[in-house]
Design a protein. Structure first.
Length: 114
């Protein structure tokens, strides 16, 4: 999971920089908001997934995977809409959000059990 978390972190930083330096004025305020939200959520969850895999060992593996997949789906749909994909993808975005929330709940549950 460390590699997957680090890859998500790399993607978040790269796409954040791309959005800031290359897309600049070509996005509307709404599209920029989607881009920024995708980058923030992906980066935060990538850092957590990486930290969990480094410090938590096997007991957080499922939670980290659920969280990573949720963050990737959440961010991917927002990035796609910001670049002009159909806005019906916004109906898929909450599925990624549920994955992130489920990961947090699983982490809390695991922590409270120990």
């Amino acid at each position: 999971m460390t590699g997957f978390g680090a890859l998500l972190g790399f993607i978040a930083v790269a796409l954040g920089a791309f959005g800031a330096h290359s897309l600049g004025d070509s996005l509307s305020a709404k599209q920029t908001g989607w881009w920024d939200t995708a980058t923030l959520y992906l980066l935060v969850h990538a850092a957590l997934v990486t930290a969990l895999s480094l410090a938590g060992g096997e007991r957080y593996t499922i939670a980290a995977l659920v969280m990573a997949l949720g963050a990737a789906l959440f961010a991917a749909t927002l990035y796609a809409m910001a670049l002009g994909a159909p806005t019906w993808l916004g109906a898929v975005t909450p599925i990624g959000g549920l994955g992130m929330l489920a990961g947090w709940v699983m982490i809390a549950w695991t922590g409270l059990k120990s």
